[in-house]
Write a protein that binds this ligand. Sequence first.
Ligand code: SF4
Length: 278
Amino acid sequence: MDAVSVASSPESTTVRPVLARAVDRARAALVDLNEGAVGRHLGVTAEDECAATHRFVAELPGYHGWQWAVVVAAVPGTDHVTISELALLPGPDALLAPEWLPWDQRVRPGDLSPGDLLAPPKDDPRLVPGYVATGDPEIDEVAFEVGLGRKQVMSREGRLDCAQRWYDGDHGPESEMAKAAPSTCELCGFYLPLAGSLHAAFGVCGNEMAADGHVVTATYGCGAHSDTMLPTGAGSPRYDAYDDAAVEIVDLPSPEMPDTAPEPETAVEAVTDSEGEH
Ligand code: SF4
């Protein structure tokens, strides 16, 4: 019996001695199972008067913190121990997978791939019943023109959620691009306003050099705005502009003084003398 490991388990005091002594028997059962290495004995826990569970470290790759559990049993009043069950169980610090969630709760925006089906949940608050065709062509045609003609349409709650998401997103007025833009989308020639209740605040950008095909808020904007003017003198970024107003300082060699140059005082006197002659 592994006396040290049994003593380390506070619950071992309630285990019948015949079951607590069955450490080697439990280990032998795991070795016979041949599913992986068996580490040190961790302790024994009483299940009831007839059964107890011995736990061992599971030395298996990828199963950090997991334990082998061996349930041993003995009829009261006898010393004959049998093996009831072997299992691999997570210990308190075991590495576990996240709790399972149904697929429709796990799926995130952008996860949908071609061929995937994602039905809206029952009683989806984003949807309300729409207009159902009457069979009268005149009524149905008018209904279709005003955006009905569908079994369901977006509810007010759905529209508000969606508007808030767009407003807070990459093409909203708080984005870095919008803050640095010269003007707003609502004043841009590439802005295509949405129809319906979101008309006043949202449109689609039709500029392939900007947010082409994305919903933008009317107060978003970018540098490709149709009214953008290039600064005067801006040209190809491949060449630095030549600044002809700059002063270039050049070191020149000092001129050689002629040997016959007059002394300064003499030169002044000569100029004075010559002025006096006129
Ligand atoms: S080009 Fe820029 S400013 Fe114009 S609609 Fe598109 S995103 Fe808005």
